[in-house]
Write a protein that binds this ligand. Structure first.
Ligand code: FO1
Length: 311
């Protein structure tokens, strides 16, 4: 069964880890968020795609959820000694990847081609695609001003309330090669348990991607990132409350109007199931907290079976 997955960073990567336990990697295509990419110290950093890469290849730091395991920070120590920017933590091993990617991008290779080489280099057999090779950046509008995503998220610890979100460059962005074909060839589309606004929407902000998902002839299943109306990590619940008016599973489903056929939601939110169903979306209630390989795998299996698809 060919599966194409729209994914954010940490939560998305954990879910995908379960998915590749139950599906051959060669059947999986991941379309990753580039809205939170940044240029730092002259390097192109793609945090969400790298988080997926590291997590799925086993190179990631499981505790933090991002960056590499067995990391050291000596390069950044030098930057600090010289008074440079150290608000975004780049480890030495991570920097090696950024050096390789930045050089390839500067030589004119598109991000998708570079990421394909990197994924192979890390031993992955699945297809890991950025949503676009064009520059698309998420900006967050807050009462304290407008910030590029990582400035708000990391430097300001997502403390400012969010009044609005913009996906700068989305109007001109084209899908990366292979994205539309993967959506059209899939037997099932999945949306990972990620923040709808800053992880998934930057992918769907590329008009041709949204249109392809809207035009699907196969089921699309999303997994809610909330448990008991709360985000496991990060600002998804606060953003939903402020931007969507609430944190029920129905509020999550409404972020994906016309785009999903089923929503996997946690047992703690089971009371929301009728409201989800009323939106024409099949609610699938299960345990969604991914604590270990077994719970990750079970969630992946539930998502794969959500609309009656057979493994
Ligand atoms: N997240 C942090 O909270 N602080 C950091 O300093 C940080 C550095 C970092 C470096 C490389 C990388 O691939 C990810 C990194 N992240 C860091 C995670 C990242 O900012 C977010 O988790 C995602 O962008 C949100 O999806």
């Amino acid at each position: 069964m060919k599966v194409t997955v729209l994914s954010g960073g940490v939560g998305g990567a954990r879910f995908l880890r379960g998915l590749i336990d139950v599906l051959p990697q060669t059947d999986v295509t991941i379309v990753g968020n580039v809205g939170d990419d940044l240029e730092l110290l002259g390097l192109h950093v793609s945090p969400d795609i790298d988080t997926v890469l590291y997590t799925l290849s086993g190179a990631g730091d499981a505790e933090r959820g991002w960056g590499r395991a067995d990391e050291s920070w000596r390069a950044l120590d030098t930057v600090a000694q010289l008074g440079g920017d150290t608000w975004f933590l780049l480890g030495d091993r991570d920097i090696g990847l950024h050096l390789f990617r930045t050089e390839a991008l500067r030589s004119g290779q598109p991000l998708s081609a570079v990421m394909a080489r990197i994924a192979r280099g890390f031993g992955l057999e699945l297809t890991l695609l950025p949503a676009t090779d064009d520059t698309l950046r998420t900006w967050v509008d807050t009462p304290a001003g407008s910030f590029p995503f990582q400035q708000w998220f990391v430097a300001r610890r997502f403390e400012d309330e969010v009044d609005g979100i913009r996906y700068v460059g989305a109007a001109e962005a084209r899908p990366a090669p292979g994205v539309i074909a993967a959506i059209e060839a899939a037997d099932l589309l999945l949306i990972t348990p990620s923040n709808p606004y800053v992880s998934i929407e930057p992918i769907l902000a590329v008009e041709e991607i949204r249109t392809a998902v809207l035009a699907r002839t196969v089921p699309c299943v999303a997994v809610s990132p909330l448990i008991g109306g709360k985000a496991v990590k990060g600002p998804a619940d606060r953003m939903l409350r402020r931007l969507a008016g609430g944190t029920t599973a129905a509020h999550v489903a409404r972020c994906y109007t016309g785009l999903i056929d089923a929503l996997v939601l946690d047992e703690a939110d089971a009371d929301d199931a009728p409201a989800v169903a009323a939106l024409g979306v099949t609610p699938v209630v299960t345990r969604t907290l991914m604590r270990d390989p077994e719970t990750r795998r079970a969630l992946a299996e539930t998502a794969l079976g959500a609309t009656g698809s057979v493994l």
